[in-house]
Write a protein that binds this ligand. Structure first.
Ligand code: NAD
Ligand code: UFG
Length: 337
């Protein structure tokens, strides 16, 4: 029996495939390579010494997805495939709604057809929108602030309805906070196309001399130093959270949402200083206007995942910075090298 990983060639998917293989699972990856390269899968094989199956398949192509299920004995699905850029989702919302939601509907329909009812879904802290207070627990009212976050909330609701319709479904909704870093081998990591939107890849590209300086979006937030606070979590910890969630859905039915975060918030300036301390690289920066749509402070209460998934984030900020920097230095052109 295999675990089907949609979006398995991407950033979090590739780290999760690696952990699944190391834990002894067989892995089948489906990805259209829209935001990733097949090279990441070769690197996984190199690190683990294990094989995985890959289908370059578009999730919106029902016949092709069905073929993957027909050709493999799938036990459960870890569903990463989706578009994830917040700003782009505001500019071209239909593309986001169509890709993320229709892709999930097709996947669920085919799972139903093949009698497979176990899924781990990549949700996001984006479902919370502007938090009323921090840390954020899973049971607060949800209110995503952009189309990307709304696709995640709508998919969560669709999956809840599936469970109501048929209680043999078993679904874990994992709400990630801010995944950063890379595998300690330096062979797989985040490979953003163009100028990065996110803080850590921007910092590593400044350190590498690819970008001139970091622009810090806002220094007048109600936080300890005025810059935005987030819950940065090592991508390997996130991947291990999926392993725990897979174990849970294989043994129990039900649907549950879990925050995957460390529970600690770091400001942008604290991140810049942590990167400097860990790597010895000074990051030049300048303060600029706040980025529209950003919230002051967002970090998780991870208690539910600790108690119900038996999972806890283990890696600290120094490791996150060192691993992100090793990946950048070893792969100046990402997976294109
Ligand atoms: P990523 O872009 O690196 O990986 C997503 C993968 O899905 C890519 O390889 C892409 O080619 C593939 N894909 C997208 N649409 C597809 C389709 N229609 N058919 C087949 N393949 C398709 O992104 P990531 O950072 O690894 O994120 C994985 C998931 O986690 C996404 O659903 C994302 O929304 C969610 N998430 C990410 C973050 C983050 O900060 N990285 C935070 C919260 C949630
Ligand atoms: N920031 C800068 N300069 C930059 C980039 C970011 O100052 O060049 C700041 C932001 O203003 C924010 C912090 O760094 O205060 C983190 O920003 P990111 O873009 O790295 O992350 P976000 O918290 O904005 O968003 C991330 C994902 C979203 C997801 C959200 C919640 O990119 O997809 O976490 O999970 F929805």
């Amino acid at each position: 029996m295999s675990i089907l990983v949609t979006g398995g060639a991407g950033y979090i998917g590739s780290h999760t495939c690696l952990e699944l293989l190391n834990a002894g699972y067989k892995v089948v990856v489906v990805d259209n390579l829209n935001n990733s390269k097949v090279e990441s899968l070769s690197r996984i094989k190199e690190i683990t010494g294990k094989e995985l199956s890959f289908y370059k398949v578009e999730l919106l192509d029902k016949n092709e997805v069905e073929r993957v299920f027909a050709e493999n004995k799938i036990e459960a699905v870890v569903h990463f495939a989706g578009l994830k850029a917040v700003g782009e989702s505001v500019r071209i919302p239909l593309y986001y709604y169509y890709n993320n939601i229709a892709g999930t509907l097709i996947l669920c329909e085919i799972m139903n057809k093949f009698g497979i009812h176990k899924m781990v879904f990549s949700s996001s802290a984006a479902v919370y929108g502007e938090p009323q207070s921090v840390p954020i627990s899973e049971n607060v009212p949800l209110g995503p602030a952009n189309p990307y976050g709304r696709t995640k909330l709508m998919i969560e609701e669709i999956l809840q309805d599936l469970y109501i319709s048929s209680p043999n479904w078993s679904i874990a909704l994992l709400r990630y906070f801010n995944p950063i870093g890379a595998h300690p081998s330096g062979k797989i990591g985040e490979d953003p196309s163009g100028i990065p939107n996110n803080l850590m890849p921007y910092i590593t590209q400044v350190a590498a001399g690819k970008l001139k300086e970091l622009h810090i979006f806002g220094n007048d937030y109600p936080t300890s130093d005025g810059t935005g606070v987030r819950d940065y979590i090592h991508v390997v910890d996130i991947a291990k959270g999926h392993l725990k969630a897979v174990e849970k859905i294989l043994t129990q039915t039900g649907v549950g949402a879990y925050n995957l975060g460390t529970g600690k918030g770091y400001s942008v300036l604290e991140m810049v200083n942590a990167f400097d301390r860990a790597t010895g690289e000074k990051i030049p920066y300048k303060m600029v206007a706040p980025r529209p749509g950003d919230v002051a402070s967002c970090y998780a209460d991870p208690t539910k995942a600790i108690e119900e998934l038996d999972w806890i984030a283990e890696k600290g900020m120094e490791e996150m910075c060192l691993d992100a920097w090793r990946w950048q230095k070893n792969n100046p052109n990402g997976n294109g090298d």
